[in-house]
Design a protein around this ligand. Structure first.
Ligand SMILES: CC(C)(COP(=O)(O)OP(=O)(O)OC[C@H]1O[C@@H](n2cnc3c(N)ncnc32)[C@H](O)[C@@H]1OP(=O)(O)O)[C@@H](O)C(=O)NCCC(=O)NCCS
Length: 333
């Protein structure tokens, strides 16, 4: 019996990213909490991060990244029929941030919705969009990872506030044309047993913010860093190996690995376990910290625009986040 998996190959026709203007350095953080540039740099690799303006929302950053991706793809927003925003920091709990993005772009024939998969959201979105295009349901999709994490950080908690930043990245997906590359394989996974290790405990229906608990900052990211670290390395290694095997790729075939940008030590550990030398692993967390769903999307765009890979090259994307969630993709560009 023939397998009726993906029929139409799907390509990434354009990428774009945006980060806010305001830079928050490690030296700035030394004034907020008991920490040091030295500690942050050696433990995480992060030197600075971007912070959105008070009146700059997740959707605004998403739109700016999207316009660049559309321009590179040579596509008008009116040609989109699908918009997926991956975010854990939506403008509002409802409607979805994707609805604001649709309106702002004027993509009025597109179906638009959000997905919540933390740092893995952009690749969850890629898998969904790829499948919906490859089975013929949609032609042109915009996938976005966008976060204003600064609104959900306890700026008095040195365990978390040093790690995160704001930004957005986007990609336009459509059917591959003659001679173009395609998304070869994707892998996504979830482990709901680990919800307690990384979460935003308050602000949802389980724990609304009230006048009684307001001072506890429950609508802020909470994390058991050491535990998260171990799971991140194992899951990303396994997931990347899965998509490399599915694509029949050996480490030497990979032009570039573009991983989630959480911690340089996590990235080094994964590169080591994948047998890929560090000069073929892209990092920009030094400049932006961890921007959750936006991180791999921004990294993909920067690596692309810097010419780190080109038509025909094989790249691997790999991510990990709260849930836990993880995902990978192998792409022939
Ligand atoms: C958060 C993280 C950088 C901490 O690094 P670590 O090497 O595990 O450090 P520890 O948590 O063991 O803390 C070591 C010490 O530094 C202290 N410390 C924590 N944050 C600090 C800070 N910002 N500045 C100075 N000291 C700090 C701790 O209190 C602890 O002190 P103690 O030994 O006296 O208790 C690291 O665990 C990490 O990156 N984890 C993964 C996080 C992540 O990627 N999350 C998102 C996934 S999508």
């Amino acid at each position: 019996m023939s397998q009726s998996h993906s029929h139409i190959p799907v390509t990434i026709a354009g990428t774009g990213s945006y980060v806010p203007e305001k830079v928050l350095t490690n030296a700035d953080l030394e004034k907020l909490v008991d920490t040091s540039d030295e500690w942050i740099t050696t433990r995480t690799g992060i030197r600075e991060r971007r912070i959105a303006a008070d009146d700059e929302f997740t959707s605004h950053m998403a739109v700016k990244a999207s316009l660049k991706a559309l321009e590179q793809a040579g596509m008008e927003a009116s040609e989109l029929d699908l918009i997926i925003v991956a975010t854990i920091t939506p403008d509002t709990l409802t409607p979805a941030t994707a609805c604001y993005v649709q309106k702002e772009l004027g993509a009025m024939t597109a179906v638009a919705f959000d997905i919540s998969a933390a740092c893995s959201g952009f690749l969850y979105g890629m898998k969904i969009a790829k499948r919906l295009i490859s089975d013929g349901a949609f032609k042109n999709a915009l996938i976005i990872g966008a976060e204003k994490l600064s609104s959900f950080i306890n700026w008095e908690d040195r365990n978390t506030c040093i790690l995160f930043g704001d930004g957005a990245g986007a990609a336009v997906l459509r059917q591959s044309r003659e001679g173009e590359g395609h998304i070869i394989a994707t892998d996504i996974g979830t482990d709901g047993n680990q919800t307690h290790l990384l979460n935003i405990p308050g602000g949802g229906s389980a724990c609304p913010i009230t006048t009684e608990n307001a001072d506890q900052r429950l609508a802020s990211l909470a994390m058991l860093g050491k535990e998260v670290f171990k799971h991140a390395v194992t899951r990303m290694r396994d997931s990347a190996k899965t998509v490399m095997a599915r694509a029949g790729l050996k480490p030497e075939d990979i032009k570039l690995v573009v991983p989630h940008q959480a911690n340089l030590r996590i990235i080094d550990a994964i590169a080591d376990r994948l047998d890929v030398p560090s000069d073929r692993v892209f990092t920009n967390l030094q400049k932006y910290g961890n921007t959750s769903a936006a991180a791999v999307a921004i990294a993909l765009d920067e690596a692309h625009r810097e010419g780190r890979f080109t038509r025909g090259d094989k790249i691997v994307l790999v991510v990990f986040g709260a849930g836990f969630t993880w995902a990978s993709a192998t792409i022939e560009w």
